[in-house]
Design a binder for this molecule. Structure first.
Ligand code: 7RM
Length: 647
């Protein structure tokens, strides 16, 4: 167990005695109830116990609801621990399950996405139309030389072309690597270089909250140093004049020229374990990790959780507010909802533009039934008062969800009272980029406690342990772990299997999530936050080292330490401590310059709220900065073991 963990995860109790029990009506009609019945259960605890002993049966039941070109031979095997496979030898394509299987059925006329632009413009795609657009782009990619296995980076705003691009890649078996449109050019470049992408799909630009983002310009800066990129496809979203490099850049519409909407590019019949995507996420080093997800098991996991947690029914209108640049967008804007034939909403803008009722207006307009969002957004909207939601008819809503960070009971209650009109259950879903799908989460049949993600999803053997892997029992803090692989767990870290293995050997033989948590007497989990150098700012995942390495590239900076500090609105914000090089003076001007430096190098999400110039930083004898000590001092908490401190 590494010694640089943020805290020891002991007894940070967050108790909430209130319990909200679901109505009998909700219980009777839930998808999970129907499944439990087929297995002879009416009680979740009994069913969960059964699921731990019958993992393969549970997951093959769910997998059987999807289309396989050829059935799997083995449900699960540990190939060489901690590497494993699900549904071996099954032939599969996730896109077939998102689109093709609906063609020729009434679902083809159903709306897949309602899109609402920042400026209020709208667009709709039915399943048939989405299928056509995806086939068309797949054909265009083929014409540009893309083949199964080629990596494609996608750097786009929240427009429907982003989703079309993702699906067109997956259809061909060409792994996509979506880079959040809020990242700056160096972050984009680093990700393109790591996965050696052949093609980049981007857009001219976009507006968010009325502000212009010149995306192509940012992409061009990244492309100065990305030797593997052969072609750049540019979607015209704003229709503005942008630089187009001869021979490299091609407009989306030109790439698709001559490819009719009736063109069909059959789905590549892939192995269940073939790579679906790489998604970069922050860890404890400066280099982001390329989390690898695969076609089969990932599909089964996102399909099953969407069905049971969000309880999707044919008439639902589902809105997951996450950006496709993060894992929540991959799993619950694209794949999970499409495999459940749901109608989803995609919104380009921000909750408060042009006014703080934009979201409530969208819910009323599209008669949204399920809203899945982040605590930081709830807290932000809470600040504007109850009049804004009260102005709108939110009665279409039947279920709420939360993700990205612990939801504080105060925000939970506001969400429940003001948006859920004192009636709607809130699915507080704990999971990670690495886990692919929701892990510790209620389904609508579980009693809820504000602030708790409740209990593990069926088959997920989560526990709280000490650093030696021993269960700590109830009401004691510890490390959150999972004992056994599940289908949607990442398969490796791209080109770095050793880094994947650290998830399984930090605490011997179990999946170590990097979070501290505790379990109460009812077996409810209370997640307390990261114990490593991952910082969650407004639900966005950042790494201390990424911010630090960006800052040390500035000529004035000698050394930096970045930490996350609790923040009422954002959950956490970044504070950096900077030691200047000789000959540089601390000043307000330099402070602003350094913040700007992070903005242009990593992106606006990573800009530190606080920056302090210091003369020294606590270090180990081997010269490693002890962020744990800095953080404890900053928060006025006990600094813990100082035996490795240099001075
Ligand atoms: C989905 C996502 C993962 C980290 C995770 C936690 C934190 C996420 C919750 C949560 C408490 C939740 N993926 N986290 N959901 N903490 N309650 N419901 O966020 O890879 O970006 O981040 O986010 O610390 O380890 S992520």
């Amino acid at each position: 167990m590494s010694s640089n963990l943020k805290f020891d995860a002991t007894d940070r109790v967050m108790h909430e005695e209130r319990v909200f029990s679901p109505s009998q009506d909700i219980i009777d009609n839930a998808n999970i109830t129907a499944y439990m019945k087929t297995k002879g259960f009416s009680d979740y605890s009994e069913f969960y116990k059964w699921s731990l002993a019958n993992r393969e049966e549970f997951w093959s039941d769910l997998a059987s609801e999807l289309h396989w070109f050829q059935p799997w031979k083995t449900v699960f095997e540990w190939t060489e621990k901690p590497f494993f496979k699900w549904f071996s030898e099954g032939k599969f394509n996730i896109v077939y399950n998102c689109l093709d299987r609906y063609i020729g059925t009434p679902i083809e006329e159903k709306v897949a996405y309602h899109w609402e632009g920042d400026d209020g413009s709208t667009r709709t795609l039915t399943y048939k139309e989405l299928y056509q657009r995806v086939n068309q782009l797949s054909a265009a990619l083929q014409k540009l030389g893309v083949q199964k296995g080629d990596r494609i980076s996608i750097y786009m705003p929240a427009i429907l072309e982003q989703i079309i691009a993702v699906l067109a890649c997956a259809r061909l078996g060409a792994p996509h690597s979506v880079v959040f449109g809020g990242f700056a050019s160096s972050a984009l470049r680093e990700r393109i270089v790591d996965c050696e992408a052949k093609v980049l799909i981007t857009a001219d630009g976009n507006h968010r909250g009325g502000k212009l983002v010149e995306l192509k310009k940012l992409a061009d800066e990244a492309l100065l140093d990305t030797p593997t990129i052969e072609k750049v496809i540019v979607a015209k979203h704003l229709g503005t004049e942008v630089n187009m490099q001869e021979g490299r850049d091609i407009y989306w519409e030109d790439a698709c020229e001559g490819i009719g909407l009736d063109t069909v590019v059959p789905c590549e019949e892939l192995d269940a374990e073939d790579m679906l995507y790489i998604l970069y996420t922050s860890g404890s080093t400066g280099k982001p990790k390329g989390v690898v997800h695969i076609q089969g098991g990932y599909a089964v996991g996102t399909y099953a959780t969407t069905k049971f947690v969000f309880d999707i029914k044919p008439d639902d209108v589902f809105w997951c507010t996450a950006d496709v640049g993060w894992v929540t967008g991959h799993s619950y804007v694209i794949y999970g909802p499409l495999m459940n034939a749901a109608t989803s909403i995609v919104f380009e803008g921000i909750p408060t533009y042009p006014a703080p009722d934009r979201w409530w207006q969208i819910i009323e307009k599209y008669k949204i039934t399920i809203l899945y969002t982040a605590p930081t957004a709830i807290r932000g909207l809470m600040r504007h008062g109850t009049d804004w939601p009260a102005k709108h008819d939110l009665s279409s809503l039947r279920l709420l969800g939360s993700v990205g960070e612990p939801i504080n009971p105060e925000a939970w209650i506001w969400y429940h009272e003001q948006i859920g009109k004192n009636a709607l259950p809130i699915m507080d879903t704990w999971w990670q980029t690495e886990t692919g799908a929701q892990m510790i989460t209620p389904t609508p049949i579980l009693p809820l406690k504000p602030g708790s993600a409740t209990r593990p999803f069926p088959t997920i053997e989560a526990d709280i342990v000490d650093k030696d892997g021993n269960s700590v029992g109830h009401d004691k803090g510890g490390f959150l772990i999972v004992r056994y692989p599940w289908p949607s767990l990442m398969r490796t870290i791209y080109k770095d299997p050793a880094r994947y293995e650290t998830y399984w050997n930090t605490i011997e033989d179990v999946y170590f999530a990097g979070d501290a948590a505790l379990k109460d007497d009812d077996g409810y989990f209370w997640i307390q936050g990261r114990v490593d150098d991952v910082i969650k700012v407004s639900g966005h995942r950042l790494g201390s080292m990424e911010i630090e390495s960006s800052l040390v590239s500035h000529p004035a900076v000698a050394e930096v330490a970045a930490i996350g500090k609790p923040d009422e609105l954002k959950g956490e914000h970044v504070k950096v401590f900077v030691i200047l090089k000789n000959g540089f003076e601390a000043s307000d001007a330099l402070l602003h310059e350094l913040k700007l430096h992070v903005r242009t190098n990593v992106g606006p999400v990573a800009v530190p709220d606080e920056l302090e110039f210091v003369a020294s930083l606590p270090k180990t004898r081997s010269g490693k900065i002890m962020r744990r000590v800095i953080r404890a001092k900053e928060l006025g908490e006990p600094v813990g073991d100082l035996s490795t401190l240099d001075s």
